[in-house]
Design a protein around this ligand. Structure first.
Ligand SMILES: Nc1ncnc2c1ncn2[C@@H]1O[C@H](COP(=O)(O)OP(=O)(O)O)[C@@H](O)[C@H]1O
Ligand SMILES: [Mg+2]
Length: 362
């Protein structure tokens, strides 16, 4: 074991792959279990008629949880209320969470053009932080215990060393002749990325976006819909502790097992959320068809489940209808109890409470 001192930049961070054999029976078993569940999620994902419906909401939940891990806390209500506008009344945390979503979308789009790399990572972090962010040049970055002020971990420093480590990280991501299961590699690269800590801030959030992008790059998912940060936020200290123990004790196995359990759990969670949303959509469809057949359309139902806060303008935009017709349709939806009208300044908002409740149920 090399010498690690939390006070001193950890320039000796070992490069990948880890020097121990990770493919022991317990890991392989957990890996099969996680892969199975993830494969089911991928199938479910493909069965969804309109993917934007789900991507929209699950991606926002992921953004919320990942930001909350960094103490950027916003409520589900506030987040979804502002998901589609840039109103100045939103809190800084909501703004930052929406920025995270933007980075996730951007990263997802960039996968079609180029593979994950150090430069993609810089782009993601710049979008999250809303300022041009590059690999750290200065020293002074450290993870500190908030209550005691003690240093927990001081990442490597020196731009060259950081670039070297990132190149090794990037090669590891794309080296496929090593025959290691991509989910094991996912866990390994996440530790490594966080240990490199290439930026002065934003490393945690950037790393968690990369996790989703890596799953897509490896063909394990089509879209970034896994609610993985939901797993971490449930027990954040375990996440921090396990990351540190890889550094201090070489506890790779525990780390990988923790991660694989997370993939298993969140694949299951995401899948059940998808099915619950679909079920509710079907219920809305059939009730509208029987109680207000004149306003029924597939697009209308999808719109109601693209976000739980609907504005008149959303209907105008999606249905090529005028304001009068749009308002009338929303009024009917209120009358049959599917939406509730609320006022926000001069604006009217229509809340799909049942959908919102479903999204809030973690
Ligand atoms: N012991 C550790 N070693 C390496 N990385 C760690 C350790 N503990 C926590 N981390 C990572 O550092 C992240 C926080 O870094 P930071 O740059 O502040 O990210 P963000 O701005 O997204 O908050 C955590 O979310 C976690 O991923
Ligand atoms: Mg931070």
């Amino acid at each position: 074991m090399n010498s690690f001192d939390p006070e001193i930049p950890y320039n000796e961070l070992p490069v990948l792959p880890p020097s121990i054999d990770l493919e022991i029976p317990s890991v392989l078993k957990a890996c099969i279990r996680a892969n199975k569940e993830l494969a089911k999620l991928k199938i479910a994902e493909r069965l969804i008629p309109n993917q934007t419906v789900l991507i929209n909401s699950i991606l926002l939940l992921e953004s919320q949880a990942s930001s909350a891990i960094e103490n950027i806390v916003t409520t589900t209500d506030e987040l979804f209320e502002h998901a589609q506008d840039s109103s100045p009344s939103m809190s800084p945390a909501t703004k930052e969470t929406l920025q995270y979503r933007q980075a996730l979308y951007q990263g997802y789009a960039s996968l079609k053009e180029r593979p994950l790399s150090a430069s993609v990572v810089c782009q993601i972090c710049s979008t999250i932080r809303l300022i041009e962010t590059n690999i750290r040049k200065l020293s002074g970055t450290a993870l500190v215990n908030d209550s005691t002020g003690e240093k927990i971990y001081t990442p490597p420093e020196g731009e060259n060393r950081l670039r070297e480590l990132l190149t090794n990280w990037q090669n590891y991501l794309h080296q496929d002749d090593d025959d290691v299961d991509p989910l094991i590699k996912l866990a390994v690269q996440h530790y490594q990325f966080e240990a490199i800590h290439p930026f002065s801030d934003g490393n945690g959030r950037t790393g968690r976006i990369i996790n989703l992008l890596y799953l897509i790059e490896q063909g394990l998912l089509d879209t970034p819909i896994l609610y993985f940060s939901g797993y971490i936020i449930k027990n954040k200290s375990e996440y921090y502790r396990k990351l540190l123990q890889v550094t201090t004790n070489g506890a790779w196995i525990e780390w990988v097992l923790y991660f694989l359990d997370g993939i298993f759990e969140t694949s299951k969670w995401t899948m059940s959320k998808i099915f619950a949303i679909q079920e509710l959509m079907e219920e809305f469809s059939s009730v509208i068809k029987s109680k207000a057949p004149s306003i029924y359309s597939k697009e209308l139902i999808e719109l109601l489940f693209t976000q739980p806060y609907v504005r008149i303008q959303n209907l105008i935009d999606s249905g090529y209808i005028g304001r009068f017709t749009a308002s009338k349709r929303l009024k009917i939806l209120c009358d049959i109890g599917f939406l509730e009208e609320v006022k926000r300044g001069r604006d009217k908002l229509f809340i799909n409470h049942r959908f919102l409740r479903l999204l809030k149920k973690k």
